[in-house]
Design a protein around this ligand. Structure first.
Ligand SMILES: [Zn+2]
Length: 266
């Protein structure tokens, strides 16, 4: 009889341990950086000392990357993310993708040296008609130099208009002409896209696919997971606050908890 009870308990625990490697130790892991099932995609804009929410100070950015380095996070590329979500290719523990929107010149002057210091790859979504045109934005030479050193340059449309407010013809132009321009300037096949202001719909997602892109990022808060739409991937925005590091730390560490409580994904 006792043998039967032991066997019964044993059998009950097999599915639990197989289905969730973190299930038995989950309580303690909420305080650590592990137990994270999805991929964290950090979303920055400017790295400079302007006192606006889109600007993270260079010293804060340095601190944040040091935190990732010292806490067993692994910074991956968009190809790594795609291969994992679409082909099931394994990722290192605690994968993080670092992204920048808009292609500001400070990404080259301030963020790039810090990324190099930590040997982290990153992705910059540029507005193709702004490059080489406006003083505060990147030049193609800067893009080429960064690309040669681990920074992926991808599309954030031609002119940064909210796509859901445009005609089909205009949407198509924003999507295809930005890709063609970046392809030509950087001799590459541009395959990743970030929606300006985060606005999208399934029709636009299909147009991206038809134009040759294979994944797109929104500003929906959350981690990118198998259940995510590959053309509407979630990200975690990092803003300047009074205590930028504290807010960065909280965002990174409480995502699983927030999601469990249903505060993030709707
Ligand atoms: Zn933008």
């Amino acid at each position: 009889m006792i043998k039967k009870i032991v066997l019964f308990i044993f059998l009950c625990f097999i599915p639990l341990t197989l289905s969730s490697p973190h299930a038995l130790t989950e309580g303690s892991q909420e305080l650590e950086n592990t137990g994270q099932d999805g991929i964290i995609v950090l979303n920055y804009h400017k790295i400079d000392n302007m006192n606006i929410s889109l600007s993270v100070r260079p010293e804060d950015f340095d601190k944040q990357l040091a935190y990732l380095k010292n806490n067993n996070y692994h910074v991956i590329t968009p190809d790594d993310l795609y291969d994992n979500l679409e082909k099931g290719k394994e990722l290192p523990p605690n994968p993080v993708l670092i992204t920048f929107d808009d292609g500001y010149e400070d990404n080259y002057k301030n963020a790039y040296p810090i990324l190099k210091k930590y040997d982290f790859p990153a992705t910059i979504f540029v507005i193709s008609s702004f490059v080489d045109k406006y003083p505060n934005y990147l030049t193609w030479d800067q893009c080429r130099e960064m690309k040669a050193n681990g920074i992926s340059i991808q599309s954030h449309t031609v002119s940064h208009r909210s796509l859901t407010e445009l005609t089909n013809e205009q949407i198509k132009n924003e999507i295809t002409q930005s890709k063609q321009k970046i392809d030509k300037e950087l001799a590459q096949n541009t395959m990743y896209f970030a929606y300006p202001t985060g606005t999208y719909n399934l029709y636009i997602a299909q147009m991206l696919k038809d134009a040759g892109y294979r994944a797109a990022f929104t500003v929906k808060y959350g981690t990118a997971e198998n259940s995510s739409n590959i053309f509407a991937l979630e990200r975690i925005p990092v803003f300047h606050t009074e205590n930028t590091f504290n807010s960065f730390y909280r965002r990174l560490n409480y995502i699983p908890l927030f999601e469990k409580l249903g505060w993030i994904k709707s």
